[in-house]
Design a protein around this ligand. Sequence first.
Ligand code: NAP
Length: 247
Amino acid sequence: MGFFDGKTAIVTGAARGIGRTIAEELAREGADLAICDLDLNWLAETADSIRSIGRKAECIGVNVSDWPGVNEAVTTIVKSMGHVDILVNNAGITKDAFLARMTEENWDAVISVNLKGTFLFTKAVSKPMMKQKSGTIVNIASIIGLIGNAGQCNYAASKAGVIALTKSAAKELASRGIRVNAVAPGFIETKMTETLQEDVRDQMLAAIPMRRFGNPTDVANAVVFLASDAAAYMTGQVLTVSGGMVM
Ligand code: NAP
């Protein structure tokens, strides 16, 4: 028996990184998955992994910032899987530069994927979720959306926007039986952190009270909790997963 037996979950940006781990953890708790990423072919490994856990995996190639594509993706998922119970808006990008050097293209690209993409998928699933009078949405924000960061004005603004969107959608959808929450990860162990110079890595670690980077499972565990009935009385919340870096 898992938290999500009989439920269907959509995870965006599920080809790799945190999104892939979130999809696998939801599957371990019994959910069937609709996994989305820019290119359908990149999803093969995640899909194999979900099927090896014993759950269904439907792969969808979609750009989260393209409304017709997102709308069509959600329509297809509802048709083939019957219902959509969980949405995890995970797809995200960075295009870092200091303010003076940040181009308009860098700004638009990050806002378009991180913030507009979260809005579009939330809008698309809200319709079937309102009809069925149930659903949970978990948005992946970042501690950078809470505290800001030099060189990341676009990313910080997009993630602060995701937090504000989370709270507004939570207020709007609560009476329809839909909960909307966010997870704000700190530094998570990725390919990027693996290749950091030792002194930079040490500096980053010194800012984390628990003295370790997080891993994708740390984030996925928070997502599982918020999406599950264990969080049945929580909506509009931001759960920080940062080893105590942000309190
Ligand atoms: P990642 O490894 O780069 O994975 C993100 C996935 O999203 C990639 O497969 C990416 O495809 C996909 N994607 C990008 N743009 C897309 C679009 N327009 N439509 C659909 N899919 C798209 O990133 P991650 O580190 O796992 O991060 C996942 C989420 O956690 C992001 O929202 C990120 O901001 C957030 N986060 C990460 C950290 C961290 O330390 N890693 C910390 C805080 C928050 P491509 O391969 O083409 O890029």
